[in-house]
Design a protein around this ligand. Structure first.
Ligand SMILES: [Zn+2]
Length: 246
């Protein structure tokens, strides 16, 4: 397990060096607020520790921190195991009809509040589809300011164990968790504002599908950081102020 606290404390300390007491710029501009989000992981349908899965979970969280480039930090909090299980496509089918009756009884006895709760389930290839469902994130369609009041119902990311393999599913779902949409759902103007200007930009963006995804744009990262500070503050471990230059 990594010690995120040490790293972040070091960043704050270095930040402090950059500012002299004679600096006339307001502190709020010189420092950038970096949210540190707490993350719990739940291994559903498992009773014994499987080291190959726990290693993958930590790899995924490392990759997540790399993908967010320090604009949001993710601090691993706790790992849970539970024998109860359901299949991801079945849970999703219920959600599409506006019901969470499969997942709610499963998570009720074990869920911890105050963190992003990532649930791992098995998945399967549905008849007639070419790819198995790897993950989804239940979101409010409007009134994002009510996330804290609805906690912990919308603090969940539901993922397939197989989705851990490439490290990319969690990053994509976290993008949704912090307000990002798929590029094909937004206007050309909105894409340009985000810095998604070419077909290649779109193919490589974490919010696209496919195996080429590898990055967020700086504007996406800035939008997610602001979104986290505005709507997901109740899931934060802490806010770290880093020197952002003047
Ligand atoms: Zn998506």
């Amino acid at each position: 397990m990594r010690n995120w606290i040490t790293i972040l404390t070091a960043m704050t300390f270095l930040g402090g060096f950059g500012l002299s007491k004679f600096d006339s710029k307001p502190e709020s501009k010189a420092f950038k607020e970096i949210p540190v989000m707490k993350v719990n992981v739940y291994m559903m349908g498992r009773e014994e520790v499987d080291p190959s899965i726990t290693v993958k979970i930590f790899e995924n969280i490392d990759y997540l921190n790399e993908a967010f480039e320090g604009q949001i930090n993710f601090a691993f909090n706790e790992l849970f195991m539970d024998v109860n299980h359901a299949y991801l496509p079945d849970i999703y089918a219920g959600f599409k009809e506006g019901k969470d009756e499969i997942v709610q009884p499963l998570v009720d006895p074990i869920e911890k509040e105050g963190a992003i709760n990532i649930y791992l389930f098995d998945t399967y290839l549905e008849h007639g589809s070419s790819a198995a469902l790897m993950g989804f994130t239940p979101l409010l369609k409007a009134k994002q300011e009510t996330y804290s009041m609805n906690s912990p119902r919308f603090d969940r990311i539901l993922m397939a164990y197989d989705g851990l393999e490439e490290n990319k599913t969690l990053v994509h779902e976290m993008g949704h968790f912090f307000g990002l949409k798929h590029p094909w759902e937004i206007t050309t103007f909105a894409k340009h504002r985000l810095g998604i200007k070419t077909m290649n930009d779109e193919a490589k963006n974490h919010m696209s599908y496919g195996s080429d995804v590898e990055r967020f744009t700086p504007q996406q990262l800035e939008d997610m950081r602001n979104y986290a500070l505005k709507y997901r503050k109740y899931l934060m471990d802490r806010v770290v102020k880093v020197y952002a230059g003047v």
